[in-house]
Design a protein around this ligand. Structure first.
Ligand SMILES: *[C@@H]1O[C@H](CO)[C@@H](O)[C@H](O)[C@H]1NC(C)=O
Length: 151
């Protein structure tokens, strides 16, 4: 009990010193707001989904405005040219679906750079040139991606 408390205290201090969150994450994952995020260089959308899933993670979904704001702050220091948003309408009969299968709801956060053209064969990515606003491309394109998991 006392030992656990001490351990948490040390982690919290490290967090203050480095500006990171007190989250221990494996390998290439970085702790942020109580979750672990891994940044990976490139794959098609289906490859990214499978890769994250094999790591016990989920292809990151750019759907929480607060989290997106913080992610953009992080990316201002280590920019990615573009990355998958975790949203696709390929194989979902003209409705947008998040990487966990949820449909994009009417009140959901969206950040389209160009109007979404729902051509039924597309995956959404965030573009650095437009401040990481969303654009649509073929799901077979190679893009960087982010896996998210619990510590
Ligand atoms: C859509 O379905 C095809 C055929 O099953 C599959 O190869 C592809 O990866 C799927 N696309 C996505 C984005 O999941």
């Amino acid at each position: 009990m006392g030992r656990t408390f001490l351990g948490l205290g040390v982690l919290a201090m490290l967090g203050l010193l480095t500006g990171a969150d007190a989250v221990a994450c494996p390998g290439r994952y970085k702790g942020f707001d109580g979750k672990c995020y891994g940044f990976f260089p490139g794959g098609s959308y289906p490859e990214a989904v499978r890769f994250c899933s094999r790591q016990g993670a989920q292809l990151y979904m750019m759907r929480n405005p607060t989290e997106v704001f913080r992610l953009k702050q992080l990316l201002s220091k280590q920019p990615l040219k573009s990355f998958w948003v975790g949203l696709t309408d390929e194989n979902t009969s003209r409705t947008w679906a998040w990487s966990n299968g949820d449909a994009l709801g009417v009140g959901d956060f969206t950040d389209w750079g160009n109007p979404a053209d729902n051509d039924d064969q597309a995956c959404v990515y965030a573009r650095k040139e437009s401040g990481y606003k969303w654009a649509v491309t073929g799901c077979g394109q190679k893009k960087a991606f982010i896996c998210k998991k619990d510590p």
